[in-house]
Design a protein around this ligand. Sequence first.
Ligand code: NI
Length: 249
Amino acid sequence: MLLQLSTWQEIDVYLERSRGIVIPIGSTEQHGPNGLIGTDALCPETVARGMDDKIDIVVAPTLSIGMAQHHLGFSGSITLRPSTLIAVVRDVVQSLVRHGFERCYFLNGHGGNVATVNAAFSEIYADSSFNRQAGNEPGVRCRLGNWYDGHRVRALSRELFGGAEGSHATPSEVSLTFYAYPDAIKNTRMSPRIAPTGPILDAADYRRRFPDGRIGSDPSLATPEAGERLFHAAVEDAVEDYRRFLGAR
Ligand code: NI
């Protein structure tokens, strides 16, 4: 069930049978010449809804703006600085804990969020460590799962795109958005075919190194058909990881 389409009474009833929640988290940033600016938020949101069709979960509203300062050299990109994102994640988790949620599974679509979201988890655990009264209670557990990192998705991306997958504006993530939003498909020629690779520093440096926004990828290979296969693989990977997380002590 989607949190936003539920009533508070329905959430109360859900909490009697589960303490888990899935929170899609992404980014709003350029994704090269044919990738949608919302790619990193749309992908985990799409996968989370696929999970919802298979298992009994609550899906929270997507946190669509993440840590993407290095993309600010491209129009349309929006970022939170790391300290702001840490505060957002902490407040979201504390709100959910207030109602009785104990397992917060962040389904992530953006590599640039990983370090910051894990730092937010450390802040959350520090909150309970400082609180002696919390010492005898099971407490909240958080996990960050990347939709693109499961073994099924990794194997399928390799099979479909091999060395053209790259690390930003990948044909896999662009395919998934083309499957979910066919009206937004763009056909764009790219040169060079495979984008350069290199380190990520600040926005001006990024634009200099990666002039069209891609890193190491050829997303002109993206198709909605590939996206559909990746969607099913990602849902299976995410369901498996979420179940493992719920069962862990
Ligand atoms: Ni991305």
